[in-house]
Design a binder for this molecule. Sequence first.
Ligand code: SF4
Length: 283
Amino acid sequence: MLTLNDYNSRIKPSWCPGCGNFGIWGALKNALLKQNLSKDDVCLLYDVGCSGNMADFVHTYGIHTLHGRVISVAMGVSIANHQFPIVAIGGDGGIYGEGVEHFITACRANVNITAIVHNNSLYSLTTGQKSPLAAKGKKTKSTPHGVVEVPFQPLKSAIIHDAGFVARGFGADIPYLTELITQAMQHKGFSLVEVLQPCPTFNKDMSVQWYLERVKKLPTFDGLSEKEAFEKVDEAPDSLVTGVLYKSERPAYHEHFPQLQQVPLLGQQIETVHIERLINSFI
Ligand code: SF4
């Protein structure tokens, strides 16, 4: 019989007191338990950052990847075995900054993975520089006179590119986030769960209280039309909608390939290919 403790490594989390990462960590473990997935039944991949430090605290199959590359590595794992539950975990800096091209590609391709993005609108591991989600005018260590650019729109981008499942949660609402992560993992194709994550150390003006005054849960888990979802997203920052914003039932990436219908790539007999001639042509 699985318990939450089965997902804990021997290392205790080193996040700052009050960090939203604790809630995301708890919700993720709850979601694994709810689906009865043992440590050997799931692959968790991590970007670099405070979020990626979770790699040390969770005991499952996993890879701590390079900065900005977690989605691309997760896509590779999925192409090797699309039947295995795969979760890519990272921050808004790594996934929407350095890794934005991989993020858009995963949405377009509808690769069968779930991405959990810890959104605190900063690069926090490097002590508080603006991320692509920082609001215009926000003062950070790297923007003492305020951010000039308008923020990236990940939820709208995922919807425009017809990702399978697009949701937003709040790190301090663990039961609701547990449900969103569970549904995301069970949905076919690319699932995005963006999580509003307080960073009390470097983003003091977006406290838990600040979020509590703005977070509004959708009444159902049915998803919205593209138009309704955009309207809800546009209510930010006065109202931050959480819940399932959008669902698409289009085929996942692997479903376009007849040779993957029965057996994933990993289980197939692939003939040995002799590449000496090719190598010799470069010498
Ligand atoms: Fe969490 Fe911010 Fe501390 Fe990083 S710096 S562990 S995001 S509170």
